[in-house]
Design a protein around this ligand. Structure first.
Ligand code: PLP
Length: 371
């Protein structure tokens, strides 16, 4: 069977490959693997939302096509939340509902880039940034720092992905850094797509900013948000893009060809969740993640890994010992010897080759029997 040539650019998805390794190791050892590779929030959503959701499913029009772009009610709830959380005012046409932030990541290159254009992507970074560029026939250009963004921006640059708190590194951005980025983007008329999927997953009192807080950012920036981490709704596929009107309109046009909107029960759930945020549940979720982060950090130190304690995201990003050959062989050896899986940093780009990503989305109450 002939499949499209563009697919030849993609190796087997890393988590699919690792799942096979886990099965093999569990079979050989007869023991369950402690899988610290996955990034799927495991903490169940607040009961407050689950009860509401089941009622919403029974509403008379729940099964109907929902229309494109998002209901007014849902978009208003997103606007209100932005005002409350970031002090950012948004108009109706500056908001687009997404089927998860990844929906925006997958389709934005089709809205902003032509074949042969370049898209700057963080490296190490979330693999979908470069994957979606490739699907659209654009060239992902990896960067490691703000300085490299400046060096690597050319006439061919269609736009720049920026992601803080970062997957996989857990790095966060200061307002000053965002100010500099916005100034650079404006000077060169190159849009920034800011992925703020982890804005509400922060620790030690750190509060993540929105890039739209920066004066004039809306002239050149959009921002992605997600319900996956904030509300543990990952499987419901709910998110948004907000900011520059032209970019919002362009992405809506692409999406009108690829999906038929978010189901009404989910939009109503989203509106309800944003306007009735269960802050007690959220506080407990953050406390759980933070406790796990600290427990895992102690274990990583014992393994001679070097890292900084992350202020945000759901991961620790650690450098492997000099004696290790590379991240892939380090992870495979750990899996075989200890029945513990970390994600090889190489899955996040060429600059991840000497790191591992360790997820805190996993119950680690029995970690002492592994490490
Ligand atoms: N952006 C980043 C940086 C992520 O790490 C992830 C998921 O892991 C996503 C976006 C996807 O979010 P969503 O579940 O809303 O599609």
């Amino acid at each position: 069977m002939k499949t499209a040539r563009r697919l030849e650019q993609f190796p087997e998805y890393v988590h699919a490959r690792l799942a096979k390794e886990i099965t093999a190791v569990e079979k050989a050892s007869g023991r369950k693997v402690l899988n610290l590779g996955v990034g799927s929030p495991d903490i169940p959503p607040s009961e407050k939302y689950l009860g509401k959701f089941t009622a919403l499913l029974r509403e008379k029009d729940a099964h109907l096509y929902p229309g494109y772009g998002g209901t007014k009610e849902f978009k208003d709830a997103i606007r209100e939340w932005y005002k409350k959380r970031f002090g950012v005012e948004l108009e109706q046409d500056e908001v687009l509902v997404l089927l998860g932030a990844k929906d925006g990541i997958a389709h934005l290159p089709f809205a902003l880039a032509d074949a042969g254009d370049e898209i700057l992507v963080p490296d190490p970074g979330y693999p979908a940034f470069s994957g979606s560029a490739l699907l659209a026939g654009a060239t992902p250009v990896p960067y490691t720092s703000a300085d490299e963004i400046e060096q690597k921006t050319t006439k061919k640059t269609a736009f720049i992905w920026v992601n803080f708190p970062s997957n996989p590194t857990g790095a966060v951005a200061t307002r000053e850094e965002l100010e500099k980025l916005v100034a650079f983007a404006k000077k060169h008329s190159v849009p920034i797509a800011y992925d703020n999927a982890y804005s509400e997953i922060t620790f030690d009192g750190y509060v993540a900013p929105s890039i739209l807080e920066i004066e004039g950012a809306k002239d050149i920036c959009v921002e992605l948000g997600s319900f996956s981490k904030t509300f543990s709704f990952a499987g419901y596929r709910m998110g948004w893009m907000v900011g520059n009107k032209e970019i919002v309109t362009a992405l809506a046009k692409v999406k009108s060809q690829t999906d038929s909107g978010m189901s009404l029960p989910l939009q109503r759930l989203g509106a309800f969740a944003l306007t009735n945020q269960d802050m007690e549940w959220h506080k407990n979720m953050i406390a759980t993640y933070q406790k796990r982060r600290d427990i895992i950090a102690e274990k990583l130190k014992k393994l001679d890994l070097t890292f900084e304690i992350p202020k945000g995201s759901l991961y620790l990003w650690a450098k492997i010992p000099d004696s290790a050959r590379d991240s892939e062989s380090y992870c495979m050896a750990l899996l075989k010897e200890k029945n513990v899986l970390f994600t090889p940093g190489s899955a996040f780009g060429v600059n991840g080759g000497r790191h591992v990503r360790v997820s805190i989305c996993v119950d680690v109450s029995d970690i002492n029997s592994y490490l």
